[in-house]
Design a protein around this ligand. Structure first.
Ligand code: 0PR
Length: 367
């Protein structure tokens, strides 16, 4: 059988995925046939998951794990962080909504979120029978705190903030959203699926240490350089995970909190290996590189007369005419557009200055 050509990243500009770290590739291969959904049988991968969750907790402001931490399985933990390695941000967001719905007392539950939330919340709302109220963002594409407040009522179970939005890379005012949620007796979830591995090196207030948030999505398979599939879900309290657990009568472990049953040991092992290799210094270096490169690229586009949004986290949003967009796609540049037709360049680890120079040369040629 002929083998398909492997994916190359040399013209991929709009993706939130990237080349995994070599240590993540290697670890993923070793654990391909293991199932973290059954940690009593696959104990080694269970330990790696505990380690991965502990590191995610450190990134997300839940404090560092004690050194003997790897000896306790995720299910048996009795210290934060509580959580697990999901199949991605979609599963983590669905589970955050499910946990809040199961914990809160509402007959007709709703979730309040800025319109910048990822479409996985639409899936969550449909699957869970919850109403999703999306609220227009402010002029800078951030959650409008007053408008969110006005949409919250006694049936609100969850208020969502985004820390690194999919389209503009914006960070919502998380402490204010958490206060609104708690004043109404609701939970607060932060979606840092993409931003979570960049934000520790910024001044933003986004994590468990900055605000009384209850849960977070933070994905190793995006800026964490793990292999796909590896998302992350974290809770401040054990009750968050407990609300997801179902009994597993014929397994040695007595309950399971994940949405999927059999899960990818490769994803879990890759996440643990990537974070071991890169947290914190490797991630800090990559954040500084990407931040610098995004600023340079935005300036180059502005010099050419294009309208470019302010860059906050390394996503550059530029207004290109449709024929230009089509001509770039024809030349194999992998680009995508926002809901309002703007082009997004996500400066992921595989995006280099050389690559962006070639892109600008192509743009100059097309004009
Ligand atoms: N939350 C945020 C803030 C996201 O940006 C995304 C994905 C998710 C949740 C969902 O994560 P999973 O895709 O892991 O379930 N954002 C990207 C997007 O929709 C996903 C993506 C990734 C799309 C790579 C294309 C691609 O090549 O743009």
């Amino acid at each position: 059988m002929q083998r398909a050509a492997p994916q190359t990243f040399d013209r991929v500009l709009s993706s939130m995925c990237t080349e995994p770290h070599p240590a993540a590739r290697e670890a993923a291969e070793r654990f391909l046939a293991t199932n973290p959904g059954d940690p009593a049988t696959y104990a080694e991968i269970g330990d790696l998951e505990t380690r991965a969750v502990a590191t995610l907790g450190e990134l997300a402001g839940l404090g560092s794990a004690p050194p003997n931490e790897t000896e306790t399985s995720v299910a048996a933990r009795d210290a934060p962080p509580y959580g697990y390695v999901t199949s991605g941000g979609t599963e983590a967001n669905i589970q955050a909504v499910r946990s809040a719905r199961n914990r809160a007392d509402a007959d007709d539950p709703n979730v309040v979120a800025p319109e910048s939330v990822h479409f996985s919340f639409t899936k969550a709302a449909e699957v869970l029978g919850v109403e999703l109220r999306t609220i227009p963002t402010d002029d800078d594409h951030r959650a409008d705190v007053d408008a969110v407040g006005a949409a919250i009522d006694s049936e609100t179970v969850l208020v969502v903030g985004v820390a690194g939005s999919t389209e503009y890379g914006r960070v919502d005012p998380i402490p204010e959203l958490a206060d609104l949620a708690h004043d109404a007796g609701a939970y607060c979830h932060v979606d840092a699926a993409w931003g979570g591995f960049l934000l520790p090196f910024t001044d933003h207030e986004w994590h468990f240490g900055h605000a009384p948030i209850d849960s977070m999505t933070i994905d190793p398979h995006k800026c964490g350089r793990a292999v796909i599939p590896a998302g992350g879900l974290l809770f401040r309290e054990r009750a968050g995970m407990d609300a997801l657990a179902v009994d597993t009568p014929y397994l040695e472990s007595t309950s399971q909190a994940s949405l999927t049953g059999t899960r990818s040991g490769a994803g879990v092992a890759g996440a643990a290996a990537a974070m071991d290799a890169l947290w914190p210094d490797g991630y800090r270096r990559e954040y500084e590189r990407a931040d610098d490169l995004a600023g340079w690229f935005a300036d180059e586009l502005r010099k050419r007369g294009y309208d470019v949004a302010d860059v906050e986290l390394p996503i550059v949003v530029v207004d290109l005419e449709s024929p230009t967009f089509d001509a770039l796609r024809d030349r194999n540049w992998r680009l995508s557009r926002t809901g309002s037709g703007l082009v997004r360049v996500v400066v992921m680890p595989h995006v280099t200055r050389g690559m962006l120079r070639r892109f600008l040369a192509a743009l100059d040629e097309i004009r």
